[in-house]
Structures are given as C-alpha cells and as structure tokens.
Write a protein that binds this ligand. Structure first.
Ligand SMILES: C[S@@+](CC[C@H](N)C(=O)[O-])C[C@H]1O[C@@H](n2cnc3c(N)ncnc32)[C@H](O)[C@@H]1O
Length: 400
C-alpha cells in the first residue's frame, strides 16, 4: 500500500542532474547564508514580491496554499507566531493584521529591512507588532516555549540542516504549539526550475520527504504529523455532489476524489502540520463556547445589585477575566426604546479563575440606576476579541 511515511530507497540523481544532497554536503553554513542574502541584495520595494500573495498569476496557486495553512494554524487573536524564512515579510504582515504577535525570521538582513519598511509604509499601526530577527542558520533568538505557532511558507526546503531547525522549532514552541508547513514535494530537487536555481545560484532546493522529516520531528519533541492531502478539491458535477449524501451512491464520487488526490501525490507540494501536545481547548476559540445565565436583581435606593450565575454549558474552558484575547468578561448591555443596542455599555472583569465545562461562577455587580435610565438592561458574557456568547447561541438575558 502507498504510504507517505514509507521510506523510499535513496537513489542518485540521474546523469547531468545536480544532486541536492551533494550540494548540501559541499556547502558550508556561512556560504549558504550569504546566498540567501545575495538573493535580496538588489531587490527594492517596487518588486512584485511585496504584492504577495497577489503577485500576478502566481496567486492562483499561492492563495489556496495560504488558505490551507491558515485553516490548520488554530489561529486566535494574540497568538505568538514565528514566520520562519519570512523573505519580504508578506505573511508576517498578514498575520499581524489578523491580530497575531509575530517574530519574522530570515538569514537575509536586507530582506528583513525591506520587509519592515514595506509593512510600516503600508500599515504604520503595526509598529511594534512584528519583531524582525536575523537568523544565524542554527539558533532562533527566542526563549524556550515562547512561541505558539511556527509557519514555514516555502522556506524549510532551503535549509541545509533540517534536524537542527526542527529541534529549534521544538524548543521555542509552547507545549501545545504547532508548526505548519507549506513546502514543495518529494521530487522538488529534480524539477527544471529547481535544477536551474541550484545550477545558477547554488541555493538548496531540497526534496520534502515526510518519511525523513517525521523521525527528526519526533526527536525534536513533536508527537504528531498530519498532512493535508490537497489544497484545491476538484469540482464535481451536481450529480456527483448530490450522490455524496447517500452512502450507497457516494462510492463513485469518493473514488474520483481519491484518484485525484492519489495522482497528485508524487508531484504535488506538501502541506503538513507538526504538533506537540494536544492543543488547549479554551475561550480563545469560539467553538464549544456556551453559557446558561440566570440573574437576580435587588434594588438598593439609587443602586441596582445584580447576582449573576453563569454555568459553563459548553465544551471548552473559559479563561479568567482580563484584557487578552479569549478572556471571559461579563458585559452589561442596554437597549433603547427605539430598539438600539449598546454592547459597549459596561464590562466587568469579574471571573477570577478558569471555569471548566459544567462549572458555575457567580458574579455580583452593582450599578447606579441613573446610568441606564430609560433603557432596558441585559447581561451576557464575552470572550474578548473572539465573540459574544450571545452570538454563539443563547441571547443575552434581560436583568432590568
Ligand atoms: C522562497 S523564499 C520564501 C519567502 C517567504 N516565506 C515567502 O513566502 O515569500 C525562501 C526564504 O527562505 C529563506 N532562507 C533561506 N535559507 C534559510 C535558512 N537556512 N533558514 C531560514 N530561512 C532561510 C530565504 O532567505 C528566503 O527568504
């Protein structure tokens, strides 16, 4: 049976082809790093590279690959991402725009300088959100466990020392971290384009063989490797699509999908994820967030006292109250006589500790009645920068 993990016998490159393994063996780390720098030395901000992922027609291939990467990144606002081999920095910039804290790493000082200048000229508001780090080829300038995700977009196949790099990824990633790769496939070094690049510039255009990567990744502390079989599913006829609803009729369509994936395996790229421990399931993600709220109110002269009881009826843990992404806070919301809602009326950071599924937390709030005079008062929970619980299920409860 075909297995992407089955090791293939190592064969020499045919006569006349540059053997990438020989190229790696012949080059030193400093000379490799110099080549990375040389590539960017004559580049300016006018280069099409800075319009990535919408760099001409290449976008047709690149954007779906980006989609696969983002789909498996388990992104949340505030996530700490290391963009390995960031080049002109388009991915770092995009991730920062999405709300990540980014460390952009590349051996080319010129690439980093251009990347920073480009991002700041377009998005001055991202100042301080991306740290640009020159890479010495072996050591990432990051403390142990301080990164949640690593992304490698077309960079890992350029390194001469994948074992060292994977060990560094394992070191800098937090326990529930993951590294997401979008790289070429297992025959990459033999393609005409790669041969041209290796012959003309001496750069490494390595094959990405998952069977070789997995043992190195395990030694680096990763517990799982998962592969996305394709980036762009084929189009089905309406009949084939409808057949998927019936187990009996779906077989022909599934065969077609399988044939499609199977035939692209040898030549296609490799989108894969290396995972350390099981990822935390908590309120930084909207999936599984649900609450049952009840409230008792007491009038005390001009004041209204509210005892709010919140039960975690979902499947994920609520993070304690605070300002960071996924902190669960209590929100008081008002609604005017005309039906207008004010969701920003009041926030209370009143949940001091994690609340696991099935657990209950009680919060006491006091508010002057004059503050919402003439308006209805509601309560809800909010996972900051993620979602209001009311958007995920039950509506806010009316308290006054
Ligand atoms: C094909 S470019 C991809 C750049 C960027 N990720 C993108 O998607 O546009 C490859 C990048 O890998 C970087 N690179 C080359 N050797 C590297 C190494 N040993 N470690 C890290 N990055 C390296 C290059 O400087 C370059 O920026």
């Amino acid at each position: 049976m075909f297995s992407v993990f089955k090791k293939k016998p190592v064969t020499q490159a045919p006569e006349g082809l540059i053997d990438v393994r020989a190229l790696i063996a012949a080059s030193t780390l400093p000379s490799h790093l110099r080549l990375a720098e040389a590539y960017f030395q004559n580049m300016s901000l006018a280069s099409g590279e800075f319009r990535k992922p919408f760099m001409g027609a290449e976008a047709v291939q690149l954007v779906p690959l980006l989609g696969v990467m983002l789909s498996h990144l388990r992104f949340h606002s505030g996530v700490r991402i290391l963009d390995f081999g960031c080049g002109t920095g388009w991915l770092s910039q995009s991730l920062a725009l999405m709300g990540a804290e980014v460390v952009a790493v590349d051996p080319s000082a010129t690439a980093l300088r251009l990347a920073e200048a480009n991002t700041l000229s377009r998005y001055p508001e991202l100042k301080g959100r991306i740290r640009y780090c020159e890479f010495d080829g072996e050591h990432l300038d990051v403390e142990d466990g301080q990164i949640d995700r690593v992304v490698c977009m077309d960079s890992f196949h350029h390194v001469p020392n994948p074992d060292v790099i994977l060990r560094e990824f394992g070191r800098v990633l937090a326990n529930d971290g993951r590294a997401v790769f979008s790289e070429p496939g297992e025959n990459h070094s033999r393609s005409a384009e790669s041969q041209h690049a290796m012959r003309t510039f001496g750069v490494i255009e390595n094959d990405i063989v998952l069977a070789d990567i997995w043992p190195l990744a395990q030694r680096a502390g990763f517990k799982e490797l998962k592969v996305a079989p394709y980036a762009v599913p084929p189009l089905l006829s309406l009949q084939e699509f409808d057949d998927l609803r019936s187990r009996a009729r779906a077989k022909a369509t599934m065969n077609k999908l399988f044939t499609d994936v199977y035939s692209s395996l040898p030549t296609g790229g490799r989108q894969f994820v290396l995972m350390k421990d099981e990822p935390a399931r908590d309120s930084r993600f909207r999936d599984g967030l649900a609450a049952h709220l009840t409230a008792k109110t007491f009038s005390d002269g001009p004041l209204l006292k509210i005892d709010l009881v919140a039960r975690n009826t979902g499947t994920t843990t609520w993070r304690p109250s605070g300002q960071t992404a996924g902190s669960v806070n209590v929100g008081l919301i008002t609604r005017g006589p005309g039906g207008d809602w004010d969701y920003e009326f009041r926030r209370y950071r009143s949940i001091p500790a994690q609340v696991h599924p099935g657990e209950v937390t009680t919060v006491t709030l006091t508010i002057a009645k004059s503050e919402f005079e003439g308006r209805e008062l509601y309560a809800d929970l909010v996972a900051e920068q993620v979602i209001w619980f009311g958007q995920n299920g039950a509506a806010p409860i009316r308290v006054f």
